[in-house]
Write a protein that binds this ligand. Structure first.
Ligand SMILES: *[C@@H]1O[C@H](CO)[C@@H](O)[C@H](O)[C@H]1NC(C)=O
Length: 200
C-alpha cells in the first residue's frame, strides 16, 4: 500500500482536512443561521445578503480545497495500472459529466437554492425536478465527487482515489445530516401554508 500512496506527505493530510472541513463548516454555519440568524445579523438583517456571503465563502473554500487536492497529488507517486491511455482518457467524460452536474444544478437552483438558502428562510416554491435532478438525487455532490475521481485518473495517482473516497464519505455524511433537516424546513412551511388556507 505504501508504494501506492505516500502517507508521509503532509500535503495528503492537509488535503484530507480541507475535504472534511468544508461540509462541516457549512453545516455548522447553516445551523447557526437557522437557530440564531447569525449570518442574517452579520449582513445587517438582510437574509438574502447573508446567504450571498455564505455562498461566496463556501465557493472560495471549494476553490482552496481543489488547490490543496492538486498540491497533494503532485507530491504522490503514480501507479502504472493507472497510466494506461484507457484510464487516462476515461477521465475526460467523467470530468465533463461531473462539471455538467455541478453547473446545471447551480443553474437550476440559483444562488440561494444552491447555498443553503432554506436555512435563511429563503424557500423554493417547489422542489426542482428538472435536469439534473431527474438523473441524480444529489447532482452537486455526485458531480463534485466525479471531478475528484477524474483528476485522480488523469494524473494516475492512487492517492487521488483515496482522497476521492474521503470526498464521497464526507458528502454522504453531509447528506444524512442535511436531507432530513431541509425536509423538516419544507414540511413546516407546508404545514403553515395549510393552516393559512384554513384561516382564509
Ligand atoms: C431529464 O430531463 C432532461 C431535460 O430536462 C431530458 O432531456 C432527459 O431525457 C431527462 N432524463 C431522464 C432520465 O428522465
Amino acid at each position: 500500500m505504501s508504494s501506492y500512496i505516500d502517507f508521509s506527505q503532509p500535503s495528503l493530510w492537509i488535503s484530507t482536512a480541507s475535504i472534511l472541513f468544508n461540509p462541516t463548516f457549512w453545516n455548522i454555519a447553516a445551523q447557526q443561521e437557522y437557530h440564531n440568524k447569525i449570518l442574517t445579523k452579520l449582513a445587517g438583517g438582510n437574509a438574502r445578503f447573508g446567504c450571498y456571503g455564505l455562498a461566496v465563502t463556501i465557493f472560495s473554500l471549494g476553490i482552496f480545497r481543489d488547490y490543496l487536492y492538486n498540491e497533494a497529488l503532485v507530491a504522490q507517486p503514480t501507479h502504472p495500472a493507472l497510466l494506461s491511455p484507457l484510464v487516462k482518457y476515461s477521465a475526460i467524460p467523467l470530468f465533463l459529466t461531473g462539471n455538467t452536474l455541478v453547473l446545471s444544478s447551480m443553474w437550476a437552483l440559483g444562488v440561494t437554492g444552491t447555498y443553503l438558502g432554506d436555512y435563511f428562510g429563503i424557500l423554493m416554491d417547489a422542489p426542482v425536478t428538472s435536469f439534473p435532478f431527474n438523473v441524480s438525487e444529489a447532482p452537486m455532490y455526485h458531480g463534485s465527487t466525479l471531478s475528484f475521481l477524474a483528476t485522480a485518473l488523469w494524473y494516475g495517482k492512487p492517492a487521488g482515489l483515496f482522497l476521492t473516497a474521503i470526498v464521497a464519505s464526507a458528502y454522504s455524511v453531509a447528506r444524512r445530516w442535511e436531507d432530513p433537516f431541509t425536509g423538516m424546513i419544507y414540511a413546516k412551511r407546508d404545514e403553515e401554508r395549510k393552516r393559512g388556507k384554513k384561516g382564509i
